[in-house]
Design a protein around this ligand. Structure first.
Ligand code: ADP
Length: 617
């Protein structure tokens, strides 16, 4: 999440200020409009209640003048005849009852009360001097006397209406009616109306709230206070000032102010009011209507809060919309970037695919070339194999010739000798030779059979006597042994081994033949043959003091066609064939690495069961 920048903080602070300012504006506007509405409604109410007050007063306006019509009153005032005070008192008493007024009394022109409706009461007005009362003075001057004050006898508040009674054109007495205006207060209270009536001195004479009664609505100076005290109009009440505060004029006859209000539990709390005043006709009074502004103020606060909240909501929505736009723009940009990347990727893929296709084509053509090369190679290989086969056939032919040539050479020599012995008549020698020839032919047949067996592989089994096999091998090579003075040292323990006789002879011919070749250039050629039985095996060692075998020769000795013999002498098959024959008979042919000069071959073959039995103790 990003940390808000200074600009964002300032913007937030500004928005907060604007929100508060708008809330204030909303509150002020609402208060103004509400106040106007309250003032209009209040004006109508005020008018209504002022008229009600006027009609309440009007009810009694005519009453004092009614006394002029009463004969007893006229008589009493004129002073002619008996003074019928008692009759006047009774008349006044009856009139008071019928009119619903508080008291009705009659004064002479000097201000003395002559008769009164309350003549029965101990605190009756009769005899009182009320000449100081303004209403008396007015009435005496022929003007309707109107006065609100507290009675000097009872201390009870009342509205006094006085009328100068005339006889023969001059004023002879004054009739006064005292009425109470409690009904008005009770009506206001019932209607939950807060209102009061203030008189010409600014003193509240009627009020829906009793605690406000006889309080001054305007500050009174000491002189006025003394004057009022002297007039006894308010029966010596202190006439405290009504505690207005924050008075503010809001129109003609209208004020906004704070005034103590009874909270219903006996406590007074300051409350806001709209105070509207209207003069009551025919009186110096003013009716003031107090409209509480508590609800209106609460409403204004609600309106202010609503305006602030509405603005805040609007700002929030705008910010949200802006943020959403940003997000959408970011998404669009991201999508465009993605599309661009996608296009780029697709282009790359297309390029790469094209490159791959090209390289594939190249590979295909390479594969084709390789295949062609392979075919060519295979052809060449086939050619080579064919050539090798041909060479092998040639070598095999040579090998066969090699194997057969030696007995054939022996046959040629023997047969030539035999002919000469027969011509000379040496029949025994000829016979011996012929037998040898016979043996040689047999051997040749066996060799051919062996070659065929070699070609076929496998072992047909059979046993061979080592000494006789060795003798047979020597016989085959006899001619070569005779050609040179070679010492052949044979020490062979008699033993029978698990191999076909011809095969053992063939192995021995090969080993002896190689030894003969090796010692060809030796000054004192020696070939040793040692044979002995070790455990279940027969071990035959053929050693010579010839040329020996170099390292290269040792590694390749048993490879087919490995030969060091020149001039087509060697086939390189002798040792391979011999090793294979030994292996086929579960034996082994190996070079004895421990040997000194020359070479030494070790042939190990399993001892035959027959031999085992004969040698066992
Ligand atoms: P060939 O006799 O036809 O060469 P062989 O398989 O019998 O084939 O012999 C392989 C080679 O081993 C010979 O050419 C020769 O170099 C070497 N070899 C075998 N026997 C001997 C030995 N007794 N002394 C020295 N070299 C030998």
């Amino acid at each position: 999440m990003n940390t808000p920048s200074l600009r964002q903080w300032l913007l937030a602070a500004l928005l907060l200020c604007v929100t508060l300012a708008l809330g204030l504006v909303g509150y002020t506007l609402s208060e103004r409009l509400g106040l106007k509405a309250q003032a209009d409604a209040g004006a109508r109410q005020l008018e209504l209640h002022t008229r009600a007050v006027e009609s309440e007063l009007d009810k009694y306006t005519y009453l004092p003048s009614v006394l002029e019509l009463e004969r007893s009153v006229q008589t009493l005032l004129s002073g002619v005849g008996d003074a019928p005070i008692a009759a006047v008192n009774q008349y006044l008493e009856g009139l008071r009852e019928r009119s619903g007024s508080r008291a009705i009394f009659l004064m002479d022109v000097n201000g003395h009360v002559l008769a009164s409706s309350n003549w029965r009461d101990p605190d009756s007005f009769i005899g009182e001097d009320l000449a100081f009362r303004p209403y008396f003075k007015d009435a005496l001057l022929g003007r309707p006397g109107r006065f609100y004050g507290l009675g000097t006898t009872t201390g009870e508040a009342g509205y006094f209406l006085a009328h100068g009674l005339r006889a023969e054109g001059r004023i002879v007495g004054v009739a006064v009616v005292k009425v109470r205006l409690d009904a008005l207060e009770a009506r206001w209270q019932k209607a939950r109306l807060e209102a009061f009536v203030s008189d010409e001195n600014g003193i509240i004479i009627l009020s829906s709230d009793a605690t406000r009664r006889l309080k001054s609505v305007e500050p009174l100076d000491e002189e006025s206070r003394a004057r009022l005290a002297r007039s006894l109009q308010y029966y010596g009440f202190p006439l405290d000032e009504l505690q207005f505060s924050q008075r503010e004029s809001v129109g003609p006859g209208a004020e906004r102010l704070i005034l103590g209000q009874d909270d219903g539990y006996g406590d007074r709390r300051p409350a806001r009011y709209l105070a509207q005043s209207l003069a009551v006709t025919d009186t110096p009074w003013h009716l003031t209507l107090l409209t509480p502004l508590k609800d209106q103020r609460r409403e204004s606060i609600v309106h202010g809060v609503l305006v602030a909240f509405g603005f805040a909501l609007l700002v929030f929505l705008l910010i949200a919309r802006n943020e959403r736009r940003k997000v959408v723009a970011t998404r669009l940009a991201a999508r465009e970037a993605l599309e661009t990347a996608n296009d780029l990727l697709e282009k790359r893929i297309a390029d790469r695919t094209k490159a791959l296709r090209n390289s594939n084509e190249r590979l295909k053509s390479q594969i084709r070339e390789r295949r062609q090369a392979e075919q060519t190679l295979r052809k060449a290989q086939d050619e080579l194999v064919r050539a090798e086969k041909l060479a092998t056939i040639g070598q095999m032919s040579t090998s066969i010739a090699h194997e057969l040539n030696q007995p054939l050479a022996a046959l040629r020599t023997l047969s030539g000798n035999t002919i000469r012995f027969l011509e000379r008549g040496h029949l025994e020698v000829a016979d011996t030779n012929l037998r040898t020839i016979n043996d040689l032919v047999d051997r040749m047949g066996r060799i051919i059979a062996t070659l065929r067996a070699f070609a076929r592989g496998g072992d047909r089994g059979g046993q061979a006597e080592v000494a006789s096999a060795l003798g047979a091998a020597r016989g085959v090579l006899q001619q070569r042994f005779e050609n040179r003075p070679i010492r052949l040292d044979c020490q062979v323990t008699p033993g029978c081994v698990e191999i076909e006789q011809t095969r053992l002879e063939q192995i021995l011919v090969n080993l002896l033949s190689n030894a003969l070749d090796a010692v060809e250039s030796s000054a004192q050629p020696v070939i040793e043959v040692r044979g002995q039985v070790i455990d279940d095996s027969y071990r035959l060692r053929v050693s010579d003091n010839g040329t020996g075998i170099d390292t290269h020769g040792r590694q390749r000795l048993f490879e087919p066609f490995f030969t060091t013999k020149l001039g087509g002498h060697g086939l390189g098959l002798g040792l391979t064939l011999s090793a294979q024959l030994a292996a086929a008979a579960k034996g082994q042919l190996s070079l004895d690495e421990q040997a000194g000069s020359g070479a030494s071959f070790l042939l190990t073959l399993p001892l035959s069961a027959v031999s085992n039995r004969s040698t066992s103790p």
